[in-house]
Design a protein around this ligand. Structure first.
Ligand code: CA
Length: 714
C-alpha cells in the first residue's frame, strides 16, 4: 500500500521540491508603486512600457509599440531571469506588468508578484484550493492571469471564487463565490476590470453547467449584473440583465425538452472578454453547448442562442446590445471563446475607417464584425475544414449534412480542440495583419449510444470510444501523430486571406505577441520560443525554453531596457488527452516564467525530474472481449485525463507504467474506492462496475505490452 501510494504522489512531491529553490533578494516594496491603475490609464496605454490587461490593452491586440528589440538585433536576445512556478501542471498565463512589478499565476490559481526587472519574488498568494475539484477541470487546472485595478489584483480561482488581493502585499481584500459550487464549474480565464467593475465568467460545459458572465464591484465584490448565455430551464426570467434578450430572441431557439433542461445547456464564458471603449460595451465569447451533441441537448433542433456566439452588452448594466452566432446549433464543441480583437479597418464607405471585432473561433472561420452593431462584414476559412463548405451572405455556415453525426463515426476537421483554441491571437495595426496560432486536430465524432448524464463526469453525447482500436499498436499512435498539424498564419482581415504562414511540425502551439519592432513571437509545443519577421514570416531567432511554450508572451520596458517574457509549462487539455502527440524523450516539466532581454546570457535550469521507468509492471491478461470492453470504458471515462490510447504525456500518471495497474486491489481502491480523491481522482463507482474496471486494467496492460515490445526494438 505504502509503496504504490508514494509512486503516484511523486508528481506532487516534486512540485513541492521545485518551490524550495533559493530566492533572489527583492528590493523593499516601498520603492515601488503598486498597481494604481484605473480605466483611463488602461485606455491610454499602448502596451508600451507596461502590460496592463490580459490582452495588453482594452482592444486586446497583443501588439506592443516598443521597438528597442527589433529585426536587426533580436538575434542578441538572451535569458535575463527565470522564476519557478512550482508546478508540472498546465501554465497558460499572460503576465501583467505594472509599475515595475509582474503579476503572474500558476496552476491551481496561485498568484505571484515579481520584480519585473530581476524576477525576485515580492509575494505569493495561494488560494488553497481543495484538489478534489481538479476532476471538474476539463482542460487542466490552469489559470490565464490576473487583472489589476486601483491597487488591487483580481484572480478567478479554479473552484469558482473571485478574489481581490492587495497589490502591495498579496493579502486577501475580499472574495466572493461566483458559482454554485455543487456543480462542476471552474474558472481558468483572466478577469477584466472596467469602470470599477470586475468581469468574470467560468468553464464547465463539458460536464454540464449553465454559462454566464458577471460584473462585480471592484471595491466591494458585490454583484452588479449577470448575463446568462442560455435560458433558464423553465424559460422564465432570472431577474438578471439577460432576461429581455431571452424573451425577445433567445427562448424560441430552444425546445422544451432535452438534456439542456437538466444539464444547464453550456455556453460558458471561459476566455475572451473585451471592453470596447468607443461603444462603451463589453464584447465576450460564448462556449459550446452541453452536451455537445444537439440531438441529446435539444432534440427540437434549434440554433440555441447564445451558444458559440459573440455577444455585446452594456458595460454598466449588462443589457443586451447585439450578438453574432458563429456556429448555430453547436454539435461539435465549437466554442466562440477564442481571442476577440478590436481594431479599425478601412472597410467603411470609400475606404473610411470602420471599428471592427475580429475572431478566429474553433470552427475554422475568421470573422470580421462591425463593433457597434455586430453586423457580419466578412468571413472565410483560415484552415482546412470538412464540416462546412463556406458562409452564406449573413455569415451562417453552410453545413455538410454528414457533419451532424449519428452512430457511425465521422472523421472531421476541425475537431473539438478547434482550428484555434485558447492560445492568444495578435494583431499588428501597422501591417494590418492578424496572427493566428492555427492547428489541425481531426476527430471521429459519433453519437454516444449509452449517453446519460453523469454528475461528476464529462457529458458530451459524443462517443470517445468511436473508432478506437482494441489494442493500439505503436504504428497506430504514429499515424495519429502524423495527422496533427500546426501553423502560424498572418491573416489579412480586409482581404480575408493569408499573407504568409509558417508550418509547424505539431499541433497545439503557443499564443502570439506582435511588436512595432517588426517582430512576431510564438512558442511551440516542443518548447521552441521563436521570433519571426512580422512582414514575411522569416525566422529570426529561437530558443528552447525546456517546457511547453503555449502561453501568450508579453513585453515591457524598465530603465530603458525592453524585456520579452513567456510563462512556460507542460499541461493543458492537449497534454492530458493527446500523450501520443508528445515526443517520447521529453519529460513532463516544471513551469517557469522565462524573461529575455538583449545581451543577457542566463540559463534556463533543467527540470531535474527523474525518468519514469517505461516498463509494464505486470504481464498482460484478459480475453479479447474483455480488452474490447476495456477500450470502450477507458475511452469514455479515463482518456480525457490519462490520454487517448492509454498514452500520457506525463502530466498525470501514465497508467501503463504505474505499479497500481499491476495490483488489482490497489487499482480498484483508486478507481472505485476513491483513494486519490484528494488529488482530483474521484471514485467512478457510480459509473463503473468491478468487471468494468478490471477490463480497463486489462486494456491498459495490453497497451503497455504493445508499447514495450516496440521500444525493445522489434
Ligand atoms: Ca469545450
Amino acid at each position: 500500500m505504502v509503496a504504490w501510494r508514494s509512486i503516484v504522489l511523486a508528481g506532487s512531491a516534486l512540485a513541492l521540491l521545485a518551490a524550495c529553490g533559493p530566492k533572489k533578494e527583492a528590493p523593499p516594496p516601498e520603492e515601488k508603486g503598486f498597481a494604481a491603475v484605473d480605466t483611463k490609464r488602461i485606455e491610454t496605454a499602448s502596451a508600451g512600457a507596461e502590460w496592463l490587461t490580459y490582452g495588453g490593452t482594452y482592444d486586446e491586440q497583443r501588439h506592443s509599440s516598443l521597438t528597442a528589440i527589433n529585426k536587426d538585433n533580436v538575434d542578441q536576445l538572451g535569458v535575463a531571469w527565470t522564476f519557478d512556478l512550482a508546478t508540472n501542471r498546465g501554465v497558460e498565463v499572460t503576465p501583467i506588468v505594472v509599475d515595475g512589478v509582474m503579476y503572474v499565476t500558476s496552476a491551481w490559481s496561485v498568484v505571484y508578484a515579481l520584480d519585473a526587472k530581476t524576477g525576485a519574488e515580492l509575494w505569493e498568494h495561494d488560494p488553497d484550493v481543495d484538489r478534489a475539484v481538479g476532476v471538474n477541470a476539463c482542460c487542466d487546472v490552469v489559470n490565464r492571469g490576473v487583472a489589476v485595478y486601483d491597487g488591487k489584483i483580481y484572480v478567478g480561482v479554479i473552484d469558482g471564487r473571485l478574489q481581490a488581493l492587495d497589490a502591495k502585499t498579496g493579502d486577501l481584500v475580499w472574495e466572493t463565490v461566483t458559482v454554485d459550487q455543487s456543480k462542476p464549474y471552474t474558472i481558468t480565464g483572466a478577469p477584466r476590470v472596467v469602470n470599477g467593475k470586475v468581469l468574470i465568467g467560468n468553464g464547465g460545459a463539458e460536464l454540464g453547467v449553465r454559462g454566464y458572465l458577471t460584473a462585480y464591484d471592484a471595491e466591494t465584490g458585490d454583484k452588479v449584473w449577470r448575463f446568462y448565455t442560455v435560458p433558464n430551464p423553465a424559460k422564465q426570467p432570472d431577474g438578471e440583465a439577460s432576461d429581455a434578450a431571452f424573451e425577445k430572441i433567445g427562448n424560441v431557439t430552444w425546445g422544451d425538452e432535452g438534456a439542456w433542461v437538466t444539464d444547464g445547456g453550456g455556453g460558458t464564458v471561459w476566455d475572451s472578454i473585451v471592453y470596447d471603449e468607443v461603444n462603451d460595451q463589453i464584447i465576450f465569447g460564448v462556449g459550446n453547448g452541453s452536451p455537445w451533441n444537439r440531438t441529446f441537448r435539444d432534440p427540437s433542433g434549434g440554433d440555441n442562442l447564445f451558444l458559440s456566439s459573440i455577444v455585446a452588452v452594456d458595460v454598466n448594466t449588462g443589457e443586451y446590445k447585439w450578438h453574432f452566432q458563429t456556429t448555430p446549433g453547436d454539435n461539435w464543441d465549437y466554442t466562440a471563446t477564442q481571442t476577440i480583437i478590436l481594431a479599425d479597418l478601412p472597410l467603411g464607405e470609400n475606404g473610411a475607417s470602420r471599428r471592427v471585432a475580429m475572431q478566429a473561433p474553433k470552427n475554422g472561420f475568421f470573422y470580421v464584425l462591425d463593433a457597434a452593431t455586430g453586423e457580419f462584414i466578412s468571413g472565410d476559412a483560415y484552415g482546412p475544414m470538412t464540416w462546412a463548405t463556406g458562409l452564406d451572405e449573413n455569415g451562417r455556415p453552410i453545413e455538410v449534412a454528414a457533419a451532424r453525426y449519428g452512430k457511425v463515426p465521422v472523421s472531421q476537421l476541425p475537431g473539438p480542440l478547434g482550428a484555434h483554441n485558447w492560445h492568444p491571437m495578435a494583431y499588428d495595426p501597422d501591417l494590418a495583419l492578424a496572427y493566428i496560432p492555427a492547428q489541425e486536430i481531426p476527430q471521429a465524432y459519433a453519437e454516444d449510444p449509452r449517453f446519460q448524464t453523469k454528475a461528476t463526469a464529462w457529458n458530451t453525447g459524443a462517443d470517445f470510444a468511436a473508432g478506437v482500436p482494441p489494442v493500439a499498436t505503436p504504428e497506430i499512435a504514429k499515424f495519429l501523430r502524423s495527422t496533427l498539424k500546426g501553423r502560424l498564419i498572418a491573416w489579412d482581415p480586409v482581404a480575408q486571406a493569408p499573407r504568409w504562414s509558417v508550418e509547424h511540425d505539431n499541433a497545439w502551439n503557443g499564443g502570439v505577441l506582435s511588436t512595432a519592432g517588426g517582430l512576431v513571437f510564438q512558442g511551440k509545443l516542443n518548447g521552441d520560443f521563436v521570433a519571426y519577421d512580422a512582414a514575411t514570416g522569416d525566422k529570426l531567432w529561437s530558443q528552447n525554453v525546456k517546457s511547453g511554450a503555449g502561453a501568450g508572451p508579453g513585453t515591457y520596458m524598465i530603465d530603458g531596457e525592453q524585456y520579452v517574457t513567456i510563462a512556460t509549462g507542460w499541461g493543458s487539455a492537449f497534454a492530458l488527452v493527446a500523450g501520443y502527440a508528445y515526443d517520447n524523450s521529453v519529460q513532463s516539466t516544471v513551469g517557469k516564467v522565462v524573461t529575455f532581454k538583449l545581451g543577457a546570457t542566463g540559463e534556463i535550469p533543467d527540470a531535474d525530474l527523474p525518468l519514469i521507468e517505461k516498463t509494464p509492471k505486470a504481464a498482460s491478461f484478459g480475453t479479447e472481449a474483455q480488452i474490447a470492453e476495456g477500450v470502450v470504458d477507458f475511452s469514455r471515462n479515463c482518456a480525457v485525463c490519462h490520454g487517448a490510447l492509454g498514452v500520457s504525456s506525463g502530466v498525470l500518471p501514465d497508467l501503463r507504467w504505474s505499479a497500481i495497474t499491476a495490483d488489482p486491489e490497489a487499482w480498484k481502491g483508486v478507481v472505485l474506492g476513491g483513494h486519490f480523491a484528494v488529488n482530483g481522482m474521484v471514485s467512478f463507482e457510480e459509473y463503473l462496475s468491478e468487471n468494468d474496471v478490471e477490463s480497463i486494467r486489462a486494456y491498459v496492460l495490453a497497451q503497455a505490452q504493445a508499447a514495450a515490445s516496440e521500444s525493445a526494438g522489434q
